[in-house]
Design a protein around this ligand. Sequence first.
Ligand code: NZQ
Ligand code: ZN
Length: 391
Amino acid sequence: MENFVYYSPTCFVFGKDTERDTGKYVKRFGGSKVLIHYGGGSVVRSGLLDRVKKSLNDCGIPFVELGGVKPNPRSGLVYEGIDLCKKENVDFILAVGGGSVIDSSKAIAAGVVYDGDFWDFYQGKRIEEALPVGTILTIAAAGSEGSPDSVITKEEGMFKRGASGDAIRPKFSILNPALTQTLPAFQSAAGITDIMAHLYERYLTNSEEVEVTDRLIEGLLLTMVHEGPRVIEDPNNYEARANIMWAGTMAHNNSCGVGRTQDWNSHSIEHELSALYDCAHGAGLAVTMPAVFTYEMSHNVMRFAKAAVRVWGCQMDFEHPEVTAKAGIEALRNFLISIGMPKNFEELGAKEEDIPKLVDVLCNGDGRTGSISGFTTLNEDDCTKIYKMMV
Ligand code: NZQ
Ligand code: ZN
C-alpha cells in the first residue's frame, strides 16, 4: 500500500425529505447570499426547486438563480455565473441537480475568487480557494457530490477537461434517494455505469497488497450488479435507489482509492466522445470500458481475473488466467447491455471517420504530449486501436 493523506470533510445528509433542511445547512456553512444553480428543468418540474427556495426563505437567506446547465456543462454558463455572483455579492453556491450542475457550480465557485481566467484550473492549475459549495443531488452517477473534481467543456475547441482541489469539495451534500425516482431508465443506467467505472478505474492499480480497498471496490461493484437491475425494473424502488445513491458517493469520494495508483484511461478516452457527440458520460463509458480493459488486459491478467472471479462469479482457470480475465470483461459488457446501455460506436452515435480527430485531441490537445497514462501508458497508436475496437 502507498502512503496517503485522506481528507474528505463533506457533510452528507441522507434520506427522505432532507432537502427541506437546505437553509439550515447553508447557514451552518456560512452562506448569507446564495446562487441556486440548476439544469434544464427537471428540478422545476419535480417541485424540488420550490422546496429548496422555501427552505432558504424560511431561514431568511436571500438568493439569486441561474438555470440552464447542460449535461457535459459548458464554459459559457460558468462565465455568466461568475459575473452574476460578483454583481450580487454571492458568498455560497448551491447546486441543485446532477454531476453537470455540481461541476458547473464548482467552476463558478473557484472562478469568483480568482483574478485570472477560470479555465486556468482546467489546464492543470490546482484550485486552492473557492466560495463554499453545497449540493442537492438528483442523480446517482458522477460522484461530484463528494469529490474534489469538476469537469467542464470549453466551447472553443470542445475541450472537455477536469480541475481539482479540496477547496471545491462540497461543504454539504443532501442525498435524498426519492429525488432520483423521476429519472428516465436510460439516465439511471448511465449513472450506474459511471459508478461502476469509478470503481473499476480504481481497481486497475499497479500497487501491491491493497486488499482492503480491493474488497471495498468488489463489495460496491457487487451492490451495483444486484441493485442496478432493480431500479431499471422499478424506478420507484426507494431501497434500491438508496443503495445505489450511497454506492455512487462511496465510489468516487476516494475512500476506495487511497493507498493505490489508479487508472482513468477509460475516462480520458470517453471524455472525448461526450465532448464531440454530447452523449451521456455513462453511455460513453459503457462502450469504452470493455475495449480499454481488453486492450490493457495483458498488462496484468491476474487483476482482471480477480475481478472476474470475485465480482462476476467466473471460475478461475489457473492454466489460462487470460480466459477468466476475458470472461469477466465479457460479463461486464453483457451487464451494461442488459440495463440498456449502448455497445458500440453506432449505438452511441459516434463515427469511425472521426477517430483521428478524437485521438489527436485526446493525446495532444490542451498541453498533452502524445499519450495518456494510468494503469498503462497509451500513445496515439494505442488509442486509435482502442477506438477502432469500439466500432
Ligand atoms: O438538466 P436537467 O433537466 O436537470 O436533466 C438532467 C440531465 O438531462 C437529468 N436529470 C438529473 N436528475 C434528474 C434528471 N431527470 C429527471 N429526474 C431527475 N431526478 O439527467 C441528465 C443528466 O444529468 P447530468 O448532471 O449531466 O448527469 P451526471 O450526474 O451523470 O453528470 C455527468 C457529468 O459529470 C461529469 C461527466 O463528465 C459529465 O460531464 N463527471 C464529473 C465527475 C466529478 N466532478 O467528480 C466525475 C465523473 O467521472 C464525470 O466525469
Ligand atoms: Zn465518471
